[in-house]
Design a protein. Structure first.
Ligand code: ADP
Ligand code: MG
Length: 666
């Protein structure tokens, strides 16, 4: 079963080399109970660690169950250790903050054949060993003897062929020690090979063979009692598996698992959560960076998106392919134009432009003013727009109730009005305004229609508006003989630039403007405005992304820092896991999971905070905000990626630890 040939192991202690083993040869048959004795420092533990595949010899050959150990990969070694060897240590080496049952079942999580973890078996083993009433106790709630029994249950969970125990009674009182020895004896009677290191001869007396070591070599190898001296001890009940003489590489016992087992995921999450909860303040602090980053991203994206949506809505309500002709660009290049240099437009200009530019679909003049609207005892200060009937289609303002005024009413300077939603609300409340008369600047108007809702921002309520016929506004209400703006809708988007040029040329000609005064009017292209806005929002998005990147980077570094601390603190835990068969990738996955839990939890809190801040801004500033699904997905994705990237190095560091060095770590 076990065959050692000339095994040596040397430790380098700075300048001096410590020869812990100087050529050990040894054979152990299935079913034996071997005690390894010797003074402190004679190499007992080193030998046991090599036997248990926790450490590798420098020279010599070690065959275990027919496998030359030196030929096995790290993963194969982990698998072999997991399935055939159960370890019992002097210092128990149980996972803290983990129940007895969870400790006992630990090797199953790393089981190569993908056995699901079997809590019932762990409970059964613990009960058999006398811990039936301590299943949910944590190690710090158990006595030394009880802890060692949990360790034995853990060693037995996989029905190992060999139990290796390094001074299992060294930290126990004599009563507990007797119990542990009795358990080991019993296991040996059931056919399990037991190799036990001890320096107490009364403990060794229970074994059937005693190997004495001194200074790294075997001094004597004797059988106890009246047994035959060949070294081959007839086992009480040989383990059936022990009968198999040779084992091939395809043996499931060493077949390393190829992938990450799904059954590990809940375990890893539970462990990660436990580890993080054990240090709540530290965990919270390490989450802070990623939390602030995500909060900023969510809030700014929400506010930015909201702002853009509201501007876009305003632009959309202006119609498409729209040119707006305005008199009164009073400043050109920062220089104020002289008085009278403002070009005024009249209805005659509309007639001229329409006649000269064939690509015009619709054209309409507008005058603007303010006034006091009164109904009953209520009054409201509002914007007054004098417009033509084409306005309804050009500015997406078809009434939701009632009708718009007609060309006939414009010609007759009729006193009819179409009200915006704000006015309806303020003057009429729930009453129907259609057919009622209101006074605008003391002139009576008949309400004939209601405008659709256009939306309000904190700086501009587009629904606080009354539309009346253009001529009525000019000559009856506002006393203007000129137009403020002219809306011009072009048939096709492609025709806009040439139409713009034509109109400019025409106005320069008809108003006889000298070249110095071409700045006295302007033609705004709404399509251009939209393009400009898109460009601005792209720049904004880029800025936001940079801020997000920086804060997430800082958050990531925080996580890396905390993970490195965590790996150092839990070196022993990593050693325990490796001793029971965890492979590198299992440890890697465990620590990555932990980093992920930190980063995603931080991200989730960040999303919540960002959302709250958005709502607050929305309530205070009156902006519409939009927390979109895509920004949430983005934030979660980013946190996860940050967790993986910055958790990788610490996790790798953990996974590369040598099991025995990790176990020795103080
Ligand atoms: P035992 O278990 O018999 O007391 P060990 O096998 O633990 O002895 O140690 C044998 C010798 O090897 C001792 O002299 C010890 O100091 C040395 N040794 C063990 N482990 C290390 C190590 N990791 N680094 C350096 N020296 C070591
Ligand atoms: Mg020792």
């Amino acid at each position: 079963m076990i065959s050692l040939q000339n095994i040596t192991k040397t430790y380098a202690m700075g300048e001096v080399a410590v020869h812990a083993l100087r050529g050990v040869s040894l054979t152990i048959e299935p079913g034996e109970f071997v005690a390894i004795m010797g003074p402190s420092g004679s190499g007992k533990s080193t030998l046991l660690h090599i036997l248990g595949l926790l450490d590798v010899p420098d020279e010599g050959s070690y065959r275990l169950l027919g496998h030359e150990v030196a030929h096995l990969s790290d993963n194969n070694l982990a698998a072999l250790r997991n399935s055939t060897i159960g370890f019992v240590f002097q210092h128990f080496n149980l996972l803290a903050r983990t129940s007895a049952a969870e400790n006992a079942v630990l090797p199953m999580i790393y089981s190569p054949d993908g056995k699901r973890k079997n809590m019932d078996k762990a409970r059964k083993l613990l009960t058999e060993i006398g811990l039936g009433d301590r299943l949910e106790h944590h190690p710090n709630e158990l006595s030394g003897g009880q802890q060692q029994r949990v360790a034995i249950a853990r060693a037995l969970i996989h029905d190992p062929r060999i139990i290796m125990a390094d001074e299992p009674t060294g930290n126990l009182d004599s009563a507990s020690a007797d119990e542990i020895i009795e358990i080991l004896n019993d296991l040996n009677r059931r056919g399990i090979t037991v190799v036990m290191v001890t320096h107490e001869s009364d403990v060794a007396a229970h074994a059937r063979r005693t190997i004495r070591m001194r200074d790294g070599v075997i001094q004597s190898d004797t059988l106890n009692g009246a047994l035959s001296a060949t070294g081959a001890v007839k086992p009480g009940a040989p383990a059936p598996a022990g009968a198999r003489p040779t084992v091939t590489q395809s043996d499931p016992v060493i077949a390393a698992r190829s992938g990450y087992l799904l059954s590990e995921i809940p375990h890893d999450f539970k462990q990660a959560w436990r580890a993080l909860m054990a240090n709540k303040v530290r965990t919270a602090l390490s989450m802070l960076g990623i939390m602030i980053g995500v909060t900023a991203v969510i809030a700014m994206l929400a506010i930015g998106t909201g702002a853009r949506q509201s501007i876009e809505a305003q632009l959309a309500s202006m119609g498409s392919n729209l040119l707006i002709l305005r008199s009164g660009a009073r400043h050109t290049g920062g220089v104020a134009l002289e008085a009278g240099a403002v070009t005024r437009f009249t209805p005659q200009d509309i007639i001229d432009i329409r006649a000269a530019v064939p690509s015009i679909k619709r054209i309409g003049g507008i005058v603007n003013g303010r006034g006091q609207a009164v109904y009953g005892n209520k009054n409201w200060n509002t914007r007054i727009g004098g417009v033509e009937p084409v306005y309804a289609q050009m500015r997406a303002s078809e009434p939701t109730a009632g009708r718009f005024f007609t060309d006939d009413e414009v010609n007759k300077r009729a006193r009819v009005a179409v009200l915006g939603q704000t006015l309806v609300r303020e003057l009429f409340g729930d009453a129907n305004p259609l057919g009622e008369y209101i006074k605008i600047n003391k002139v009576n108007f008949l309400v004939i229609g209601i405008l659709p809702e256009k939306g309000a921002t904190s700086w501009n309520d587009q629904d606080n508006m009354i539309l009346i016929p253009l001529t009525t506004a000019m000559y009856r209400l506002l006393g203007k003989d000129y137009l403020d703006t002219v809306d011009i809708e072009i048939v096709l988007a492609e025709a806009i630039p040439s139409a713009q040029e034509d109109i400019k040329a025409l106005i320069t000609r008809t108003h006889r403007l000298p070249p110095s005064q071409t700045g006295s009017f302007e033609i705004r292209n709404m399509a251009e405005m939209q393009a400009m806005l898109t460009e601005t929002s792209r720049t904004m998005a880029f800025l936001l992304a940079s801020i997000a990147a920086v804060s997430l980077l800082v958050g990531g570094i925080g996580i890396m820092n905390i993970m490195l601390v965590s790996v150092t603190e839990r070196t022993r835990e990593i050693g325990i896991r490796k001793a029971v068969g965890a492979r590198r990738r299992d440890i890697l996955a465990q620590f990555l999971t932990e980093a992920l839990v930190v980063s995603i939890t931080g991200g989730a809190i960040g999303i919540l905070l960002g959302w709250l801040i958005s709502m607050l801004v929305s309530a205070l500033a009156g902006w519409p905000v939009a927390v979109t699904a895509s920004s949430i997905i983005l934030a979660v994705g980013f946190s996860a990626v940050i967790g993986i990237i910055f958790g990788l190095w610490p996790a790798q560091k953990a996974s590369r630890l040598n099991p025995i060095e990790a176990l020795r770590y103080e």
